[in-house]
Design a binder for this molecule. Structure first.
Ligand code: ADP
Ligand code: MG
Length: 244
């Protein structure tokens, strides 16, 4: 019995994300439409997962639920030990601080420089000005933008802007990175560069990554690939077959 309990405790502490019987609906009344169906998924800490599948299959919805950008309606979604079903606003805000979110469009603020865009992500963190400065410089350096720190987004290429977005997501050293088609607007080479940088930094920080992509050329960077279709997760073997 104690063995079982011990194992249970170990399993729970290992999971970055644990999802059980998750359903999600948009709209109300006669317009209510189910978009996620009985999702079950465990992601261990440090894993790099690629989530793929046709447009409209529910990938972004699932990601926004994990990122605490949307409330869980039905089923269980546990992030780093915090249950999000019926979670209070405060609990959602705390959970969100452990998650770095990278969007398809880089979402940088155009009136701030690369440095200032990254700095914004540290505003809610308890770090001294000196430590903030050192972290911002080091993460911009890591994404290869040491000589572009004071550039505004309009003077950066698509790949460079997405690298600023990665720096912004990583500077607060989140435990989970959720990236929604981060390479969609990039050419092949910059797309792969961006994901390789993300992977390297995440490995250094022991971070878990869930990356949504349609890009077959970066699938090899994942520890595991999961496939979504019509709001359902298809298991790994079928997923690999579907992609090939
Ligand atoms: P994906 O990211 O795989 O393209 P989404 O999660 O964006 O899929 O969308 C899943 C389904 O939910 C689609 O049918 C889409 O039209 C619908 N949908 C997405 N967002 C909303 C919303 N805010 N309100 C109503 N329906 C939505
Ligand atoms: Mg999407």
């Amino acid at each position: 019995m104690s063995q079982v309990l011990e194992n249970t405790v170990i399993d729970v502490s290992k999971s970055a994300i644990a999802i059980h019987h998750l359903n999600h609906y948009y709209g109300q009344g006669s317009l209510k439409k189910q978009v996620l169906f009985d999702i079950n998924l465990h992601i261990d800490r440090g894993e790099i997962i690629i989530l793929t599948g046709p447009s409209g299959s529910g990938k972004t919805t699932l990601l926004t639920l994990m990122g605490c950008l949307r409330s869980v309606q039905d089923g269980s979604l546990n992030i780093l030990g915090q249950e999000l079903l019926h979670a209070s606003k405060e609990a959602m805000t705390l959970a969100r601080r452990n998650v770095g979110y990278i969007f398809q469009a880089h979402n940088l603020l155009n009136f701030l420089t690369a440095y200032q865009n990254v700095e914004m992500a540290l505003e809610l963190q308890a770090v001294t000005a000196a430590e903030a400065d050192s972290r911002i410089r080091s993460v911009l350096n890591a994404v290869g933008l040491e000589d572009r720190m004071n550039y505004y987004p309009s003077n950066l290429s698509g790949g460079q802007k997405q690298r600023v977005a990665i720096a912004r997501a990583l500077v607060s050293q989140p435990q989970i990175i959720l990236a929604d088609e981060p390479t969609a607007a990039l050419d092949k080479k910059s797309g792969r560069d961006v994901v390789e940088i993300m992977e390297k930094l995440a490995k250094e920080q022991g971070c878990t990554i869930l990356l949504v992509t349609h890009d077959n050329r970066i699938l090899d960077l994942a520890d595991r690939i999961i496939y979504m279709e019509d709001g359902c997760l298809v298991d790994h073997v079928e997923a690999t077959a579907a992609i090939k």
